[in-house]
Each structure stands twice: as structure tokens, then as C-alpha cells.
Design a protein around this ligand. Structure first.
Ligand SMILES: Nc1nc2c(ncn2[C@@H]2O[C@H](COP(=O)(O)OP(=O)(O)OP(=O)(O)O)[C@@H](O)[C@H]2O)c(=O)[nH]1
Ligand SMILES: [Mg+2]
Length: 228
């Protein structure tokens, strides 16, 4: 592994009340599960280091509460996300039906102009017998939206690592390509300034050195493609 390649990714988990968002994260990060239910008030953050495709990732994972009264607070945490987990409970049809709402609200906030974003759907509590949503129905919904679907159990630790790995890989690839595009834009910009500089200096003007100031302020592009 190339230790110089370390990438920070913000991952957020959203979905209806009590579907097991906190339990999924606790199982993934700490390998623990609690039967008792303590609703998440607003949001909390966990972090985990993983290696994906030879790259060290520091995942900052935002857990959010599904309660109605936290909706506007929770949506204010969407910005800056590199990946999103939509969670529902396979024994609760309403939680599945609310996925459209959560997905739409998230995409409208984070990428109003794009259609695709690193996202996975987790159908949780598959260890329980009283299913209300079949794997076929959930898979079809995800297929139509071009989202990967995982049947998981926070209780029995089924498929959680695979789901996170898939999402991390998608997020890493998006971060890499957006950073590459920004780098290209900066290179094109430098190129234009250099042409400008050459034409200016050949004019033998007293202002001929001013494009150098531009060159000295070539922006820095970070791993998220943010220009500063
Ligand atoms: N059987 C079973 N129970 C689960 C599973 N995951 C979570 N639970 C239980 O479901 C209840 C709710 O789990 P939480 O993880 O707190 O749900 P949440 O989505 O974080 O809830 P809010 O924070 O209120 O939105 C708890 O009693 C958990 O023990 C699972 O995979 N199987
Ligand atoms: Mg919770």
C-alpha cells in the first residue's frame, strides 16, 4: 500500500426511525450490537480507517436520527458528503416506501444538477422472520435507480463490510475523478496565463511582469477537488 495516498471521506447514513442506522454503524466500526433501542438525537460521528484499492481511507461516518423533528437539522449535515447510505428495515414496509423521500431530499441538497452519486441501499434486520419487503422488490427499486442493494443484519453482522467497501470504492472513484477534472481546469488556466504572459512580454510593456503575479497564485486543489 502506498502510505502517501490517504483520503478522507465523509459518509452519511439516513433513513426512517428505528431501521437500525446506529446499530449498523456500531457493528461496522466496533463489532458490537445492542438489543435496547436508544434513538439518535440529531447526529453523531464515528470514524474508521480502511484500505480500499491500495488507498488508506479515513471514513468519517455520520449517523443521523430518523425522528421527524430532526429532519431539517439532519439535512443540514448532508453537505460535503462523499457517499450516502440509505437504510430501511425489511420488516417495516413504510421504512422502505420512505426511501424515495430520503434519496430525493439528499440528492437535491448535495448535487442538485447531477443524477448519480455514490450511494448504497441497505435492507436491514434480515435475521427477523416477519418480512414485509422482499429481496426482489427492494432489488428492483434499486436497479431502476442504478443503486447497489445489500441485504444486511446489524445483529448477525451480515454483509455490512461488503456494503461499506462498495460505497467507499464509489466515493473514492468520484473524489479522484472530480479532482482530476479540477486539475485539468487549473492546467488549462495556467496555459492561458502563460500565453498571455508571452504575448505581453513580447510587447515590451512596463506592465509585462504582472502575469507572474497570476502564476504565483495558482490555486491548490485538494483531494475533494476543492480549489483554495
Ligand atoms: N433483530 C434485529 N434488530 C435490529 C437490527 N438492527 C437494529 N435492530 C434493533 O432495532 C432497534 C433500533 O435500532 P437503531 O440502530 O437504534 O435504529 P436507528 O435507525 O438508529 O434509530 P433512530 O436513531 O431513532 O433513527 C434497536 O432495538 C436495535 O437493537 C438487526 O439487524 N436485527
Ligand atoms: Mg440511531
Amino acid at each position: 500500500m502506498d502510505a502517501s495516498k490517504k483520503v478522507d471521506l465523509k459518509i452519511i447514513i439516513i433513513g426512517a426511525l428505528g431501521v437500525g442506522k446506529t446499530s449498523l454503524l456500531l457493528q461496522y466500526v466496533h463489532k458490537t450490537f445492542h438489543e435496547d433501542y436508544q434513538t439518535t438525537l440529531g447526529a453523531s460521528i464515528l470514524s474508521k480507517m480502511v484500505v480500499v484499492d491500495n488507498t488508506l481511507l479515513k471514513l468519517q461516518i455520520w449517523d443521523t436520527g430518523g425522528q421527524e423533528r430532526f429532519r431539517s437539522m439532519v439535512s443540514s449535515f448532508y453537505k460535503g458528503s462523499d457517499g450516502c447510505i440509505l437504510a430501511f428495515d425489511v420488516t417495516d414496509r413504510d421504512s422502505f416506501e420512505s426511501l424515495s423521500y430520503w434519496r430525493k431530499e439528499f440528492l437535491q441538497t448535495v448535487i442538485p444538477t447531477e443524477q448519480s452519486f455514490p450511494m448504497v441501499v441497505l435492507g436491514n434486520k434480515i435475521d427477523l422472520k416477519e418480512r414485509q419487503v422482499s429481496e426482489e422488490v427492494a432489488s428492483l427499486w434499486c436497479l431502476k435507480k442504478n443503486i447497489d442493494y445489500f441485504e444486511v443484519s446489524a445483529k448477525d453482522d451480515i454483509n455490512i463490510v461488503q456494503a461499506f467497501e462498495t460505497l467507499s470504492r464509489q466515493a473514492l472513484s468520484r473524489v479522484g475523478s472530480s479532482s482530476f477534472c479540477k486539475q485539468l481546469a487549473v492546467l488549462a488556466w495556467i496555459h492561458m496565463v502563460m500565453i498571455f504572459h508571452v504575448s505581453f512580454t513580447t510587447m515590451d510593456s512596463p506592465c509585462a511582469s504582472f502575469p507572474c503575479t497570476f502564476l504565483a497564485s495558482v490555486p491548490y486543489v485538494d483531494q475533494h477537488g476543492q480549489i483554495s
